[in-house]
Write a protein that binds this ligand. Structure first.
Ligand code: PEP
Ligand code: MN
Length: 275
């Protein structure tokens, strides 16, 4: 297997309202872990647009380990995310956790995110499969490639072929890290010739994958070097103030530095542009 084969294997290009994922161009999705207020999401969106991101992330329904942690703004956050997208021209993505919310969330965002904890929620997978919205399917924290690809198949089988995979770290032996970012997944899955892999683009989330802000830049570069089609990164104007995932969230300066390094790296691995 050579590098050309790896970068050519993404055949199922996904169109997020004009932003194509899976071409030679690297797509950067970024934003806060959670939408916190109109001011917060709008100011972050403006900074990210200027820095070179093309898709704005922001959770409104948050899957938190403790029921006493900030749960997100819920559906009240959807119009805030939409406004930030409309005002900056960024496409938007948010997680949907409940099949009953799929219709509502689809009206506000350009891409639906299925979180790690719901990778095998088959009712939810079928529901998003009945829409025509692009779906970002995160890998479960203990899911094999076979299980992950079969989850994608649940969406595909309902008729929605707009599927992007997202490696976000798995449980393994790690000291001090939140998860182990399994970058082998990218070249390996892209080399599968069996129909279980339908040429989906694969992006990488180093934020949840490591849990540490200092590792976002090195692991992002590693992800692009091994053939990832894009990145999903948590950014906040003041990470320490972030209502969720503050330790893994980077600030604007770090994000700008990361984007400039990705731009330099891209041509080395036959990825010429950022969208
Ligand atoms: C997220 O991206 O907001 C998130 C909760 O990620 P994951 O499902 O990977 O934990
Ligand atoms: Mn998060």
């Amino acid at each position: 297997m050579n590098e050309m084969m790896i970068s050519k294997k993404t055949t199922n290009i996904v169109d997020i309202n004009g932003v194509l994922v899976g071409t030679d161009a690297i797509v950067i999705m970024a934003g806060p872990c959670s939408v916190e207020s109109e001011h917060q999401i709008l100011s972050i969106a403006k900074a990210l647009k200027q820095a070179g991101a093309s898709v704005l992330r922001g959770g409104v329904y948050k899957p938190r380990t403790s029921p006493y942690s900030f749960q997100g703004l819920g559906s009240a956050g959807l119009p805030l995310l939409k406004t930030a997208g409309d005002e900056t021209g960024l496409r938007t993505i948010t997680e949907v956790m409940d099949p009953r919310d799929v219709e509502l969330v689809s009206r506000y965002v350009d891409c639906l995110q299925i979180g790690s904890r719901n990778m095998q929620n088959y009712t939810l997978l079928k529901e998003v499969g009945r829409t025509s919205k692009p779906v970002l399917l995160k890998r479960g924290i203990a899911a094999s490639y076979f299980e992950w690809l079969n989850s994608a198949e649940y969406i595909w089988a309902e008729g929605n072929k707009n599927i992007i995979l997202c490696e976000r770290g798995i449980v393994s032996l790690r000291d001090g890290l939140r998860y182990t970012l399994d970058l082998s997944a990218i070249p390996y899955i892209k080399s599968i010739t069996d129909s279980i892999y339908r040429g989906y683009p694969i992006i990488v989330d180093p934020s949840h994958g490591t849990g540490l802000a200092d590792l976002i830049s090195p692991m992002s570069k590693a992800a692009i070097a091994c053939g990832a089609d894009g990145l999903l990164i948590e950014v906040h104007y003041n990470p320490s103030e972030s209502k969720s995932d503050s330790y893994q969230t980077i600030d604007y300066q770090q994000f700008n530095g990361l984007v400039s390094q990705i731009k330099k790296l891209a041509p080395v691995v036959n990825r010429t542009t950022l969208v």
